[in-house]
Design a protein around this ligand. Structure first.
Ligand code: PLP
Length: 357
C-alpha cells in the first residue's frame, strides 16, 4: 500500500523495519529505547546524534538552537507570540490558507497582530499575492508565514525578504528540499509529516531571539528554558525523538535534502502533468504556487468521488479523500512517499478515467 495521508503520514519502510527490529531490545540492552531514562547516556547519545544529523541536513548555523518540543504545530501557534512578541509592538501574520489563519487566530490571544489575506481566486484559479504587494510593518516583532499550506495545497516559491525576524511554520514541507536557515528567525514543524511520529515538535530558533529569563511564559512553551535544558526541561517525547533520528539517518542515506528536493520535484511533476492533460481531473492552483507536498485535485463529476475513494483504497492507495474544507481529493507526497507510489497513483487514475470517463 501507499499512504497519501496528509498527516500523520507514512514513515520510510526502512525506518519502520529498523524500529521494529529494535523495539523491545534496543542495541542488545534488553529493553526498548522508550523505556530508558531520557537522562541516561544511551538516550542522550541518541538525542545528540539526531540533533547533529538534523543540523547537518539543514546546515543549521551555529547561532541557532535546535529544540525538540511537545505540543505540535498548534503548540507553536501559542509559543511563537509568547516568546517573540515585544511590548508595544505588533506582529505581521501572512494568511495564505487554513493553517496560517489558525496561527493568526491563536496569536491574537497574546498580543496585537496585523493579518494579511494573500490567497486569491481568479477565474477559478487559486494563487498567492506576490510579496512586493504585501504591506509589512517595519517595526513588527516578527512576520509569521506558512510556506506550505497543507489543506489548501499552496506554497511559496521564495523566502519573504523582511527587516524583522521571519517565523515559518514548516510543518508540511521541512526537509523536502534545501533551505537557507539563516533567512529565518524561527522555524517550527510538527513532526508527523517529514520528520517522524506526532508528539514531537521541532523548533529552530536564532539565539538572540530567545526570551529573557524574566519573561512570563508557560514553562513548557519557553524556548529559553528548552534551550538551557537541551530540550529536557521535562520528559521529552523520547520514542518520537529516536524515530526522528532514524528518519534523519535515512535522509542522509538518500543523499540529503538536495537529493530529496529532486525526487520531490519529480513526484509532484508526475502528478501535476497528468492532472493538467486530463479533462476528467483538475487541480485549481496557479502553477507558481502549487505545493510539492500536498496536491488537491477534483473529479469533473463529483458524483464519482465515493467510488474513487473506495476503488483507490481497494487498490492499496490510502487516504486520498480531500480535506473537508476543500473537498475532492488530496494526495500528500511527503519524503517517505517513493516515486513509484505516485506512478502507481497515476496509473490507477488513468484506469479510473478510462472506465468512468
Ligand atoms: N501547521 C501546518 C502547516 C499543518 O499542516 C498542521 C497540521 O497538519 C499544523 C500546523 C497543526 O499541527 P498539529 O496537529 O501538530 O498541532
Amino acid at each position: 500500500t501507499y499512504n497519501f495521508c496528509a498527516g500523520p503520514a507514512m514513515l520510510p519502510t526502512e525506518v519502520m523495519l529498523q524500529a521494529q527490529e529494535e523495539l523491545i531490545n534496543w542495541h542488545g540492552r534488553g529493553c526498548s529505547i522508550m523505556e530508558m531514562s531520557h537522562r541516561g547516556k544511551e538516550f542522550m547519545a541518541v538525542a545528540a546524534k539526531a540533533e547533529q544529523d538534523l543540523r547537518d541536513l539543514m546546515q543549521v548555523p551555529s547561532n541557532y538552537k535546535v529544540l525538540f518540543m511537545h505540543g505540535g504545530g498548534r503548540g507553536q501557534f501559542s509559543a511563537v507570540p509568547l516568546n517573540l512578541m515585544q511590548p508595544g509592538k505588533k506582529a505581521d501574520y501572512i494568511v495564505s490558507g487554513a493553517w496560517s489563519k489558525a496561527a493568526a487566530e491563536e496569536a491574537v490571544k497574546f498580543g496585537g497582530i496585523n493579518t494579511q489575506q494573500i490567497q486569491l481566486k481568479t477565474d477559478g484559479v487559486r494563487s498567492l499575492t506576490a510579496e512586493k504587494d504585501w504591506q509589512l510593518d517595519p517595526q513588527a516583532s516578527f512576520v509569521h508565514f506558512c510556506p506550505n499550506e497543507t489543506v489548501d495545497g499552496l506554497e511559496f516559491t521564495g523566502v519573504p525578504d523582511t527587516q524583522v525576524p521571519l517565523v515559518a511554520d514548516l510543518s508540511s514541507t521541512i526537509l523536502s528540499r534545501p533551505l537557507d536557515v539563516s533567512r529565518y528567525g524561527v522555524i517550527y514543524a510538527g513532526a508527523q509529516k517529514n520528520i517522524g511520529p506526532s508528539g514531537l515538535t521541532l523548533v529552530i530558533v536564532r539565539e538572540d531571539l530567545l526570551p529573557k529569563a524574566d519573561a512570563n511564559i508557560p514553562a513548557i512553551l519557553d524556548y529559553r528554558l528548552a534551550a538551557e535544558n537541551d530540550s529536557m526541561f521535562n520528559t521529552p517525547p523520547t520514542y518520537a525523538w529516536y524515530l526522528a533520528g532514524l528518519v534523519f539517518e535515512w535522509l542522509k542515506r538518500q543523499g540529503g535534502v538536495a537529493a530529496m528536493g529532486q525526487i520531490n520535484q519529480r513526484k509532484a511533476d508526475t502528478l501535476y502533468n497528468y492532472l493538467d492533460q486530463s479533462d476528467f481531473y483538475r487541480n485549481d492552483v496557479a502553477a507558481a504556487n502549487r505545493s510539492w507536498m500536498n496536491v488537491p485535485f477534483f473529479l469533473a463529476d463529483d458524483r464519482l468521488n465515493d467510488l474513487f475513494i473506495a476503488e483507490s483504497e481497494a487498490a492499496g492507495l490510502l487516504a486520498l479523500k480531500g480535506h473537508r474544507m476543500v473537498g475532492g481529493m488530496r494526495a500528500s507526497l511527503y519524503n517517505a512517499m517513493p516515486l513509484e507510489g505516485v506512478q502507481t497513483l497515476v496509473t490507477f487514475m488513468q484506469e479510473f478515467e478510462r472506465v468512468h470517463g
